[in-house]
Design a protein around this ligand. Structure first.
Ligand SMILES: [Mn+2]
Length: 392
């Protein structure tokens, strides 16, 4: 069986709304032509509560492939109700995730008979005498994934080709948190592992079998690693091999410019040329210009312009600019405010000036009063002591 694996369509994604819709459509149409079945590991929509027009975009994208002559059928869904036998099997991702038992956006597509929702369920896909069993777990909070696997205990079925698909961060691809699952912790015995959530493509191994992450079909993060072409995998269960098909996604170009010692005019000139160059090479590219280095003076940042370049979407990142002058001013302020004075002394100064403003005239010395209020004892004791001191 030839299975298309596409993920993270993010329909409704505001920054590139049109791209999200059209590229999801291209991926689905190509997949319907090339494959016997389609697997989608989450984030079909960009929202937990998509508006009706966004839901409609999702429905249209899937409706467009309703005429596809898939050779495979979903003959059984264990753990959920099945509304179609179309071999398009999906789970909700973190973007669609809702509390257990609540209807999410993927349920809506499932109820409409556009796909099969295999969240915490196993779909059995049949083509001729071949059976593929697909077990899915939709996106959950990272710290809950281990217990979710344990509770559901997904197991492969004998005599079938078994796929486990999910939507989480994987520690080996994102080593940022101990909550992220390690590849070796994934359930054993499956013939193929498929994950969504990560927006760039990844090909690895899990328990000796392929672990595939196709990445998103739309550009979202504007990071260096997103310059590769978007697309999807086709996995052949017979030869146990796969290939990646590009969907002709809008090209993303990341450009770095060093601003050190340059004035705004020179920097703007360099930005314009780099953007024009990218716009000349690619159709309507998304261009991110990352500026870095020590700017000449404070005015440089404010004078940087975003150039217009025939259909290109341009984003300029100034976060890498070190503004020497501004940093010196901030340092001065810090020194002047605090200097050698401790926080407590500063507090005392403020306290005294406030008392003066209010016309404080009581017999107890304000410094003594603050000492009482600042003592280590319990709150009630401190307050009663202060009142006593004030009234006697
Ligand atoms: Mn995603």
């Amino acid at each position: 069986m030839r299975i298309a694996i596409l993920s993270d369509l993010h329909i409704g994604y505001e920054r590139f709304r049109e791209d999200a819709f059209s590229q999801a459509g291209t991926a689905l149409e190509m997949a319907a032509k090339e494959a016997d079945a389609i697997l989608i590991p989450g984030d079909i929509f960009d929202y937990r509560h998509p508006k009706p027009d966004v839901i409609a975009e999702g429905m249209i994208a899937f409706k467009r492939i309703s005429g596809a002559a898939f050779k495979a059928r979903v003959i059984k869904l264990e753990g959920r109700e099945k509304y179609t036998d179309r071999p398009i099997v999906a789970i909700p991702g973190t973007h669609e995730r809702r509390a257990d038992g609540e209807i999410d956006a993927v349920d809506l597509l499932s109820l409409s008979g556009l796909l099969v929702n295999a969240n915490k369920a196993m779909a059995v896909i049949e083509k001729g005498d071949e059976k593929v069993c697909v077990y899915g777990i939709g996106g959950v909070a990272e710290e809950r994934f281990r217990e979710t696997i344990k509770a559901l205990n997904p197991r492969p079925v004998e005599g079938a080709f078994n796929i486990f698909f999910f939507h989480q961060s994987i520690y080996e691809t994102l080593p940022f948190s101990s909550d992220f699952i390690h590849i070796e912790e994934l359930p054993i015995g499956f013939d193929l592992y498929v994950c969504g959530h990560i927006h760039s493509r990844y090909e690895g191994k899990c328990h000796g079998k392929d672990l595939l992450i196709p990445g998103s079909t739309v550009l979202t993060q504007l990071k260096e690693g997103e310059q590769e072409e978007k697309g999807f995998f086709i996995y052949d269960t017979e030869s146990r091999s796969y290939s990646f098909l590009g969907i002709g996604s809008r090209k993303f170009v990341n450009i770095s410019i060093d601003v050190s010692g340059k004035d705004a005019g020179k920097i703007n000139g360099e930005i314009e040329r780099a953007v024009a160059d990218a716009a000349g090479k690619f159709e309507r590219p998304v261009v991110r210009v990352a500026l870095a280095g020590e700017a000449k003076d404070r005015l440089v940042q404010a004078s940087i312009r975003t150039p217009e370049a025939g259909g290109a979407a341009v984003e300029i990142s100034k976060s890498g600019i070190k503004n020497v002058e501004a940093e010196a001013i901030a340092e001065e302020i810090r020194e002047e405010r605090l200097g050698e004075v401790s926080i407590k002394e500063l507090g005392m100064k403020i306290f005294l000036s406030r008392l003066k403003e209010k016309g404080y005239q009581m017999s107890i010395d304000p410094v003594e009063l603050l000492e009482i209020l600042d003592s280590e004892e319990g709150k009630e004791k401190v307050v009663s002591k202060a009142i006593e001191a004030l009234l006697t």
